[in-house]
Ligand binder design. Structure first.
Ligand code: GLU
Length: 323
């Protein structure tokens, strides 16, 4: 594991809590990811908090992506407190937490394939509680004999026996967000921890009390808060920020053109240009060229404008400057 250790931020004050950025190493960070990372860092530092990173590598991992992501975060001027946690290193902890929930009677084995779940939802005329994708509970009450038989066909996933509680969280921008917690997967059927569980366990492990991330994850927050409650872990405060989108309004992706730091640099744009665009997208006045410029004018931050539409520039000579 690559350990990049940096001194704790000069402004972090003991007892003020910790913010974090938790990228998935599935590829290079694009300007939307960088903007969210800068915001997470600035929200933490502006509040005197520590700031930590976590590499969320339980899904698809691209070789070298983790190292390039850390290098890009450093290049835009972020600092963080060691150690950088690599989520897969913590799988034994995740499994121990699920074992504990199982001892408390709060889990069950699920043998459904994705297709079977979709068919069940379609046959029932919709997902439970009208929540898209919510698990219809097919395996909730299987007999021991039936579970034994099904285990011979395929390994089970482990789900939370959630009892459909409504959980409300407060988001800094969205306000009160209420979701019905469904029987979410805790361990996938390949034995690996599922995202919602790992996030909650690892945020607590890292002392995180402030979560800043893209608003595509807003509806995960009630589930995660519920898990924190069940595990007697402190709830975090949530700040979901608008995503960066392409000209069609879809979430920005690498295929949209020059969107990574490397691509933008190849097109003739440096970190100060990129940070300048990010600063303008945040409504910050004056010339922003570094992450610390964002922090300096943080009280003027304006995120009320919705998603930021990013037009990938062409070559510098094409005057591909952001509007
Ligand atoms: N790893 C997730 C992502 O890159 C973020 C999870 C989170 O911030 O809770 O989309």
């Amino acid at each position: 594991m690559t350990e990049i250790t940096r001194a704790p931020g000069p402004d972090s004050r003991p007892g003020c809590g910790v913010g974090r950025y938790a990228p998935s190493p599935s590829g290079d960070l694009h300007i939307g990811n960088l903007r969210t990372a800068v915001l997470a860092w600035a929200f933490a530092r502006a509040a005197g908090k520590g700031f930590v990173l976590r590499i969320e590598d339980l899904d698809r991992v691209r070789a070298g992506a983790r190292e390039r992501q850390l290098a890009d975060l450093e290049a835009v001027g972020l600092d963080w407190d060691p150690p950088v946690v690599v989520q897969s290193d913590r799988e034994p902890e995740h499994r121990a937490v699920v074992a504990d929930l199982t001892r408390r009677g709060l889990t069950y084995e699920c043998f459904c394939t994705r297709r079977e779940i979709q068919a069940e939802i379609a046959a029932a005329g919709g997902a439970p509680h009208g929540a898209p994708g919510a698990y219809p509970g097919t395996c909730r009450d299987l007999s021991a004999a039936e579970r034994e038989r099904r285990r011979r066909d395929r390994p089970p996933a482990v789900r939370l026996r959630a009892q459909a509680q409504e959980v409300t969280v407060v988001d800094r921008f969205a306000g009160q967000v209420t979701g019905t917690v469904d029987d979410m997967v805790l361990l996938r059927n390949d034995g690996r921890p599922a995202y919602n569980l790992a996030v909650v366990v690892d945020d607590a492990h890292q002392g995180v009390d402030q979560v800043v991330r893209g608003d595509d994850l807003l509806l995960s927050a009630p589930r995660q808060a519920h898990l924190a409650d069940l595990l007697s872990l402190p709830r975090v405060t949530y700040i979901h920020v608008p995503l960066v989108v392409n000209a069609e309004g879809a979430r920005l992706a690498k295929r949209d053109g020059a969107v990574t730091l490397e691509d933008l640099q190849a097109a003739g744009f440096g970190v100060p240009d990129v940070m300048g665009w990010i600063g303008r997208s945040l409504g910050l006045p004056g010339s922003v060229a570094t992450a610390s410029d964002v922090l300096d004018s943080f009280t003027l931050l304006d995120l009320t404008g919705g998603p930021w539409v990013f037009h990938p520039p062409g070559k510098l000579s094409d005057s591909g400057v952001q509007p």
